[in-house]
Design a protein around this ligand. Structure first.
Ligand code: DI6
Ligand code: FE
Length: 406
């Protein structure tokens, strides 16, 4: 068996089956063709010596709002002076402030502001990135944002997965008419976005300051009718029964979950819905209600971790710091944190057949780390030990330069 490339003299954190110490992994046509002990490695055209470092699956940031315009540092200051996130949202700031900035930015400007954030994630070994819409809230602006998100995947060495989050907040044109907005979303926006091939999944913000469970349910019904999988921002600030709702639609994930109760946990376990935990938002909002990690663990709900990169609640572009926060704030084990950014994150995107673990047949997405043991990834804060990233078999430096034409 001849392979295109062999990455040898590495320890493999496979995240599916046991680690392989002193191993090697072979690639053919962009996929993993073989992995095992170094001594048994097949021949390959190109051989990369990993220098005894650790190789993990490429990291997956499965929940971001990374494409947006503007900054909300002013709200950060206001919150430090005592205003709450919900107060600011009700006063027309919050998500609406970013909607105004995003609507008025050109697609080029959106990319110019967003690409440095993407580059920061890529430097930490991210090979798959989910990007949500939800700062446009009208058809043209949502299409502009999702088109920019798709463009990120063409301009940068990363697999982009897009999610339509039209039900993120009520746009001012529909003030006091949330049901009319949801009607329009289901009738016009969602079919147009699906038709344009711009969405891989559909999400909603189910919250007192967002949409009700009944409104989210209508969005889900429309999404499923178009063949799109669903996920939900659920139980972040209050328990709205969102996790049980998304589980009923066999959703890919329920995300945030600080206020998740027993019924939601049971429903997620039965449906196989992934819990996506977002410690950056918890930290940045100075939240005090941790998600029910022990209960999720006990019933075997897979826990993914993501940055939630967004300007209001989690201006975080470090997946490694998200791992540290999940361990420090919520007592995930470092191994659970790594699984949260690899194998479980892939499941939260419906991509577990193609990425998220080192297994024969999966896409050859890897990160090579200068660490003594995998727990070092969640342990250190602010150190980036990534030495090489491999996207579908193609090696690159962790630090990527920004494109000058887009
Ligand atoms: N939950 C979040 O964490 C973000 N959206 C959401 O539904 C926050 C978005 C923002 O404040 O801009
Ligand atoms: Fe979010």
């Amino acid at each position: 068996m001849d392979c295109d490339a062999l990455f040898t003299n590495v320890h493999l954190a496979c995240m599916a089956g046991p680690d392989i110490v002193d191993g090697a992994i072979a690639v053919r046509a962009g996929r993993i063709a073989w992995l095992g002990p170094r001594a048994q490695a097949p021949a390959a055209t190109v051989v990369h010596d990993g220098g005894g470092r650790w190789l993990t699956p490429g990291l997956i940031d499965c929940h971001t709002h990374i494409v947006y315009a503007g900054s909300r540092a002013d709200e950060f200051e206001a919150r430090l002076n005592g205003a709450s996130y919900e107060d600011i949202a009700r006063a027309g700031g919050g998500i609406m402030a970013t909607v105004r900035a995003t609507r008025s930015a050109s697609a080029h400007e959106l990319l110019r502001q967003s690409l440095p954030r993407v580059a920061a994630l890529l430097a930490e070994g991210v090979t798959t990135l989910e990007i949500k819409s939800g700062y446009g809230l009208d058809l043209a602006s949502e299409i502009k944002l999702l088109g920019a998100a798709r463009r990120v995947g063409q301009l940068m060495p990363v697999e982009v997965v897009t999610t339509f989050l039209g039900a993120h907040a009520l746009p001012p044109e529909f003030a006091g008419r949330a049901d009319d907005y949801i009607d329009m979303l289901c009738r016009d926006m969602l079919p147009a976005v699906a038709q344009a091939g711009l969405a891989d999944a559909v999400d909603a913000f189910c919250e007192r300051i967002g949409f009700s469970a009944a409104q989210a349910e209508r969005v889900f019904a429309a999404a499923r009718a178009l063949g799109l999988p669903v996920k939900l921002h659920a139980e972040q600030l209050s328990d709205q029964g969102g996790a049980a709702l998304v589980a009923r639609f066999k959703g890919l994930s329920a995300d945030h979950l600080e206020h998740l109760g027993a019924a939601g946990i049971a429903a997620m376990a039965a449906a196989g819905t992934v819990a996506v935990l977002l410690p950056g938002a918890y930290y940045f909002l100075r939240d005090t209600q941790p998600p029910p990690v022990a209960a999720l663990r006990q019933v075997g709900v897979p826990m993914a971790l993501a940055t939630d990169c967004n300007p209001g609640t989690s201006p975080l572009t470090s997946i490694l710091l998200a791992m540290n926060m999940a361990c420090t704030l919520w007592r995930l084990t470092p191994r659970e944190a790594l699984a949260g950014c690899t194998v479980h994150a892939a499941r939260a995107l419906g991509r577990h057949a193609t990425t998220g673990s080192l297994e024969v047949g999966k896409r050859a997405d890897f990160a090579l780390w200068d660490i003594a043991r995998p727990a070092d990834l969640a342990y250190a804060m602010g150190l980036n030990p990534c030495r090489m990233v491999v996207n579908a078999g193609v090696p690159r430096e962790p630090v990527v330069s920004l494109p000058d034409q887009y």
